[in-house]
Design a protein around this ligand. Sequence first.
Ligand SMILES: [Fe+2]
Length: 179
Amino acid sequence: MAHIRIRNTNERIENEDQVLEFLTKQNVLYEHWDASKLPEHLHNKFTLSDDDKSAILATYDEEIREIAGRRGYKVWDIVALSENTPNLPEILKKFEQVHTHTEDEVRAITAGRGIFIIKGDEETGYFDVELTVGDVISVPEGQPHFFTLMDNKAIVAVRLFIEPAGWVADPFEDPSFVK
Ligand SMILES: [Fe+2]
């Protein structure tokens, strides 16, 4: 279940209903997939073969097709990051910059943890969404954000796109953002 931290006030929201209410108000889609469906050997595996990736996509085929049909996604894949990923520090450095996209950014977490930092409405400012297994999130198109890993430095997620070319990061220079 996702937890929220509002950066300006350090307020945390950890109650499921309140998390959903907060994210809905910020136009962020928040749903769940059943984490227990995933085969046991993939629960904490972060270096994935092509067969592993296919197995994850097959496990969630119904969920993927349902959300794709509802929201117009046409292609999907698996992203896996961990300390075994070559150049992880460089990859994270690139990730950790506020940016926008011309389509929404969807992630369904199937192993590990991750965190989206998102610019909310004027009153709220930036907030963190700490994601765990089973969480599905979509950052709306044009909404400034970035993604990074948490202390465990490991995540596997399903990504869905309307078109692969739509997922180009446009840097968003924001003097109001403080790390
Ligand atoms: Fe992004």
